[in-house]
Design a protein around this ligand. Sequence first.
Ligand code: 5GP
Ligand code: ZN
Length: 110
Amino acid sequence: MSAACIFCKIIKGDIPSFKLFENDKVFAFLDIQPLSRGHALIIPKYHGAKLVDIPDDSLTEVLPLAKRIAKATGAADYNILQNNGRAAHQVVDHVHFHVIPKPNETEGLG
Ligand code: 5GP
Ligand code: ZN
């Protein structure tokens, strides 16, 4: 946990979020500025800025959950993204995986 980290505060419930899933290792919630409807974030509960900082036993929880969330959105197409460092467009320094559904053309969003 990092006292200054907004995602640690979300895990603790000090900052509200639309929670999708939680267990002892990971937490998933909707992105506050979604790139498309259903844009979700999956974070390890372990605080670390970059992928290399996170223990393997937390990371192994992430992909199966990404799969479940992607499936739950109903989108046929989607991106799973994870940014490390400013040059790679990371803004929040707590590792997070984006699940970004790509809407069907008829839906109009994204
Ligand atoms: P990054 O560019 O670091 O990979 O993405 C950070 C993501 O976190 C952005 O998509 C941004 O909208 C999201 N985000 C930042 N602050 C909050 C917040 O307080 N609540 C939620 N739900 N998402 C946030
Ligand atoms: Zn944190």
